[in-house]
Design a protein around this ligand. Structure first.
Ligand code: CA
Ligand code: CA
Length: 673
């Protein structure tokens, strides 16, 4: 580690000498040698003090800001002078990626250096989730803390809102901000409070502003939200001032420009674009405040400042969304418009000013890079990120990263090698041809599908032309890369289980998920189709020996939308059995209800079935995630076929906000003993 730090300093020295090369033309003057000697002494002295004190790290992370929403990246209708200055003084990436185009998954990757599949954080965690980033994972804050860094987060967390998952339990000394997204609140798109009917949003608890582990205020109105950017910024500046004499890690994940948009009076009406432009201008102001605090404290040359966004623009919000031009699609898709984001890094005196790089890099690379810069040991668990210091110092023509996986949910959407991106056949959210909403109201999403498709991102950044027929050898290389991803991290599209996936943190100990029983691996046929989003791992989910946890998103539940459930298990031969069990999950907020009835039937030949047990279930209102086991013991006879029938609620009942919408059934495993 020591060697690495010295190497960094050598990069720095090289940069100083590059600057002094202009002086070499006047080498006849002995003054020059004196000057050079003096400079070497100064640099070594400052290196020495730098060595004593590793550089500060600041990460500014915005929410849903698009690739084109910074001046230097082509913003229209608003200006970002501070971000542009940061780029002029540092390096700007044009091929920089998040791991998934959605909040929680993207944040998990930034903070752990892992694809979100590896640490089992998918999607955007909702306000009743019982999981969070596993406290056993090491975040950037944990890593830097080992080197004596002060660590603070001011803004949106979104990696589990229960206390055991909050930032103070994940390496941070200070936390001030929101537990999750600013739209997870009981307030309508018009900004008016909801009275508990008519919308899924009415189920949300009040949005909490948290200090440390405690809620200190409710965020109830857009007026409250309009102060968030300023308040986060003030806290961040105080944190810099307070810790100016020791190394610090400042993480500033803004809640904006995620909808609902809100801006303080300082920037109201300031942009041509409208409210979205005003919000970005306020974020840019915030960046300016951070840079000013560094300058005032003499920390410019000892601070690496990183700016990026968690995913592309939420395009169906129309004038309240940004732009990913010229990239395809936006948030919630793994086309470049969702996955590729603006990224600027500034480290005065170390990164050559005004550098633009088209080298491939990603948020997962930040942890190993800053760990190396701080000479801190890497996390004990395997990570996916790579040290990209050579890009920062311009010291290597080769890119450290040549390959990348594009996951969304549990699906391997695409893989990348150099300029080539191979998209696997899948269905995706699409904004194309859809009428966007406006002024805070969303428009509808479209759905589209793609076949296996190869894109040349170097010559076709907008992913317009499938060139799969021209490059069979490249397709084979990328297919092999896809197989590697699947074997390590899994893939729902091909029903692959990853061998290296680690569990998320759970609020309560997980149920014992592995269960040995007599139907494992036996043939199951379904009378109705499960939803592609909740497959439980595929066709054989009901007899694969894995039960589901209390969390319906854990990937082990099979979901049936609106229809009844009926499965037949063929044990292959008649055997004597003692017990049959099936468990169903209820999470009414997510429109998942226990079945109104469950029947367990058996047969020896598969023609006539006997009803062994019948359950009737009265639906009661509940806000909990619960699991009910329907079990029966068997008469003393040999059987070969088992049938489970469950009748769906069909539609959400009249007292439910989803009144008339489809009610779901969730089942995990048919356990036969
Ligand atoms: Ca986001
Ligand atoms: Ca199962």
């Amino acid at each position: 580690m020591r060697g690495r730090t010295l190497q960094n300093r050598l990069y720095q020295l090289r940069f100083y000498f590059t600057k002094s090369e202009i002086g070499i033309k006047i080498r006849s003057s002995s003054w020059f040698y004196c000057l050079l000697l003096f400079q070497v002494i100064v640099v070594f002295t400052s290196c020495n003090s730098l060595y004593e004190r590793p550089p500060n790290i600041i990460i500014i992370f915005t929410d849903d800001q698009g690739y084109a929403d910074v001046g230097k990246y082509g913003a229209k209708g608003f200006k970002t002078p501070n971000l542009d200055r940061m780029a002029e003084e540092g390096i700007r990436f044009t091929d920089f990626h998040v791991s998934q185009a959605v909040c929680s998954a993207s944040r998990a990757s930034l903070l752990t250096g892992c694809y979100s599949e590896r640490v089992s954080i998918q999607g955007a965690l909702h306000s009743r989730t019982r999981i969070g980033l596993n406290p056993d994972e090491e975040t950037i804050a944990d890593v830097l803390k080992k080197k004596g860094y002060a660590t603070g987060i001011f803004g949106k967390w979104h990696l589990g809102h229960h206390e055991k998952f909050l930032p103070l339990q994940q390496g941070f000394d200070e936390f001030f901000g929101l537990p999750y997204s600013n739209d997870m609140w009981p307030v309508g798109f018009d900004g008016k409070p909801l009275d508990g009917i008519g919308s899924i949003k009415s189920y949300y608890p009040q949005l909490a502003l948290i200090e440390g582990n405690e809620k200190i205020e409710d965020v109830r109105t857009l007026e409250d939200q309009s102060r968030l950017t300023t308040r986060y910024t003030e806290r961040a500046v105080n944190f810099i001032n307070k810790n100016k004499d020791k190394p610090f890690f400042l993480y500033l994940p803004h809640s904006m420009p995620h909808v609902p948009l809100a801006v303080s009076d300082k920037f109201k009406g300031k942009s041509e674009q409208g409210l979205y432009g005003d919000v970005i201008m306020e974020i840019d102001w915030s960046v300016g405040q951070i840079l000013r605090a560094l300058k005032n404290n003499g920390l410019d040359e000892n601070t690496l400042v990183i700016f990026t966004s968690d995913n592309g623009p939420w395009l169906n919000f129309g004038n309240h969304a940004g732009s990913a031009f010229p990239l395809r699609e936006g948030k919630g898709t793994m086309w470049e418009g969702g996955a590729r984001v603006p990224c600027i890094m500034r480290w005065i005196g170390t990164i050559h000013p005004g550098t633009v790089t088209d080298k491939l890099a990603a948020t997962i690379d930040i942890l190993p890079t800053v760990a190396s810069i701080a000479s801190a040991p890497l996390p004990k668990n395997k990570i996916d990120g790579l040290d990209i210091q050579s890009i920062l110092y311009g010291s290597d023509q080769k890119t450290p990263r040549n390959e990348y996986y594009y996951y969304y949910g549990a699906e391997l959407i695409a893989v990348r090698s150099g300029q080539w991106k191979l998209c696997f056949p899948h269905t995706y959210r699409s904004y194309k041809g859809m009428e966007p909403g406006q002024d805070g109201f969303p428009g509808k999403y479209g759905r589209d599908t793609t076949e296996l498709a190869l894109y040349d991102l170097q010559n076709d950044i907008s992913e317009t032309t499938n060139v799969i027929n021209h490059h069979p050898e490249i397709v084979n290389i990328l297919k092999a890369l896809g197989e590697k991803a699947r074997s390590e991290l899994g893939d729902r599209l091909t029903e692959s289980q990853g061998s290296e996936v680690r569990p998320p943190g759970r609020l309560t100990p997980a149920r014992t998920l592995q269960v040995a029983h007599k139907a494992i691996g036996k043939k199951v046929s379904l009378a109705t189709t499960f939803h592609r989003k909740y497959t439980g791992g595929g066709t054989h989910a009901l007899t694969n020996g894995i039960k589901g946890s209390e969390d319906y998103t854990d990937g082990n539940w099979q979901g049936f939308e609106g229809n009844d459930f009926e499965a037949t298990v063929d044990l292959g031969s008649s055997i004597k059995l003692k017990e049959i069990k099936a468990s169903f999950l209820q999470d009414q907020v997510a429109w998942i209800f226990y079945p109104v009835s469950v029947d367990i039937l058996t047969s020896s030949a598969g023609d006539e079935y006997n009803i062994i047990k019948k359950f009737n279930n009265q639906t009661k209102q509940s806000l909990e995630q619960e699991i009910k086991v329907f079990a029966t013991t068997l008469p003393d006879e040999k059987i070969r076929f088992i049938k489970i029938k469950a009748k769906s609620q069909g539609e959400c009942p009249s007292w439910h906000p989803g009144d008339g919408g489809p009610a779901w059934i969730f089942i995990d495993e048919i356990v036969v003993q």
